[in-house]
Write a new protein. Sequence first.
Length: 247
Amino acid sequence: MRTRHRRSRLLALSACVLGVLGAGAAGIASAQTTHHRPAAVAGTAPALGPATKATTGATGEASRARRPHWPRPTKPSSAPPSTPPVDPPTTPPADPPSSPSDPTTPPADAVIDQVLAHINAARTAAGVSTLTLSPELTNASVAHNALMVGGCGLSHQCPGEAGLGDRFTAAGVVWRSAGENIGQGNAANNQAAIVAAANGLTDLMLAEVPPNDGHRRNLLNPGFSRVGLAVTRGGDGRVWFTQDFVN
């Protein structure tokens, strides 16, 4: 009689970092590249996507990515208006809307606060300065997380999505080097369980050993000072986690 053997659980690891090399140099450095099979249902073992680190040169697209884009001003038209000017209304204007919150301050999120504190505790223990949460970078993380939840699975670049550096630049992030960690776990539908799942993924990354320690090196990289974080629980109970880092 044949006996079924339980397949050993696979853990996919990878690391991505963007850094300045010599002029004209460009490429992608990956600590480890393996094929990842996304979990089909909740309750499966946690998995880490490839920890990615991208490198870019000091010229060409890379240098443009590090500079904020300023739109070119348009010339005023000399043609006369097609319609006569309208007299201002005689009724008083409505009350102006309340001023939006400071865009440089990320929204309060208890999950993200606890996840960031967990990461920074590990950096402090390793003698590395703590990371500051970047709202722009977090927006990029949230957008990428949504694609992974939507069916892309654990990947640093989903179909139709821009590459790592281009995503950060499009979100308004000015950077010289960058990296990303992704992971997927499982949790019940409550805040404590979701935080535990995300922090458990961080602990898996921190437990890596050389040479397959791309996630750990991203987390403890002293050159990174800002981070973007996204934690999303899908309807099937899977928790998706994106960590984005820049200098």
